[in-house]
Structures are given as C-alpha cells and as structure tokens.
Design a protein around this ligand. Structure first.
Ligand code: FES
Length: 154
C-alpha cells in the first residue's frame, strides 16, 4: 500500500517540476518513463489532473510516440535497422533470425524495428544499449540475443 503512495508522490513531483512550462507534457512523460521504464496506466490520470488535461489527451500523446511504452519492456531491447541500406545488405535475414532468437529468450530480449541508425555503410546494423553495431550476420545476432553482454567481443 505504501508503494502506491510513494509512486503517486513521485509522479506528482515530476509534474510539479515541469508544471507551468510550455509543452510540459512531453518532458513529464519522458521523466515518468525514465523512472518506471514505461508509462504506468495510473500515471495517465495523475498527469492529466496535474496539467488540467483530459486522460484522452494524455493517452493520445502516449500512443502517438512509439518511444513511449505502456507496459514494462523486455529486460533488453535490441533495435534492428530495417531501412533500405541495411535491407540491401542482408537485413531481412538478420531480422528474421533475431525474431526467432528473441522468441526463444522467454521475454528477456525484445526485438524492435528501427529505420536507419546512421550506420548505413556498415549494415546490417543494430543497436543494443545505445551501442550501434554493424556488419551483422545471422550467427552474430543470434549470439548477441543469447548472450547480450558479449556484444563488445565481436
Ligand atoms: S539503413 Fe540501416 S543504418 Fe542506415
């Protein structure tokens, strides 16, 4: 019970820090997600109350931006580039192998499609923990998903 009270205070504190500033909703949502890893359902109502918005308005912004998550993401997210240059250098095979490997991880790894990581010349590319990796092949992406801590070795 005290946990939810603490959480509630924290969201209020986040709102208070930004309230009154123009465009406060996005920084509030980023801070809430930074703290919880996603936008908890109950926080939408609290944010709406704090900013004198409707829940639908806050929900609309949360659902518009794909960076906002409404549930706790998998322990690790691997972003795989699906844009043209990477697709032309084998990105489709990397993606397919990664999806199968992520499914076998039991939810500890999630694969997310992104469209260009700015590493086109070294494609196919992926990003793990804000590190961009290039020249991937199926074997390497499967190994990264199986043992994500080893990406620096390759
Ligand atoms: S197309 Fe994949 S990094 Fe640019």
């Amino acid at each position: 019970m005290s946990e939810s009270r603490d959480t509630s205070q924290s969201i209020d504190e986040i709102c208070e820090r930004h309230n009154g500033k123009p465009g406060a909703l996005l920084p509030i949502l980023h801070d809430v997600q930074g703290q919880y890893g996603f936008i908890p359902r109950h926080s939408v109502a609290e944010i709406a109350t704090n900013l004198n918005l409707t829940r639908a308005e806050v929900d609309g912004v949360v659902s518009f931006y794909s960076d906002f998550k409404t549930s706790l993401p998998a322990r690790r997210v691997i972003k795989i580039c699906r844009a043209e240059a990477c697709q032309a250098s084998g990105g489709r095979d990397i993606w397919n192998a990664a999806v199968v490997a992520a499914a076998a991880s039991g939810g500890s790894v999630e694969v997310e499609a992104v469209y260009c990581l700015g590493n086109c010349a070294c494609g196919p590319s992926a990003q793990i923990d804000d590190r961009t990796l290039g020249r991937l092949d199926e074997e390497r992406i499967v190994a990264l998903i199986a043992a994500p801590g080893r990406e620096g070795d390759a």
